[in-house]
Design a protein around this ligand. Sequence first.
Ligand code: ZN
Length: 150
Amino acid sequence: MNDLQDLYREVILDHNRTPRNFGELEDANRVVEGVNPLCGDRITLYVKIDGDTVEDISFTGTGCAISVASSSLMTERVRGISRQDNINLFNKVHDMLTANDYDSRKVDDLEKLAALSGVREYPTRIKCASLAWHALKNALTDASDNVSTE
Ligand code: ZN
């Protein structure tokens, strides 16, 4: 274990123990349900979009540490950001989690979200980490209110 991996693990544990933005959002105008049947993760993402900006966001649900931490880190990052910038962010995170030829120097750009890069080593956990992000993408586009990783 090197220091960076320790730091990443600490961020995941912290966000799992104390998820940020956890709870329903009463004035949400998009609500997306996400399930990852492989692991049993379920989240409900509440998003309030004002014009072109994610004005507020929260989530509820149950799941493994990776899925909860990923949801928490995601909601912490995307507030106040435009739809297109968030879709770009989704693409960067998706790339970090799944691309075979991923250049690890790119994680600098993602700041704290880089903590999720550790799941690259565990293919069965990638869907846990990406679930919240797929729900976000659906909320920002005219896609369905239900997301399944299967
Ligand atoms: Zn999971």
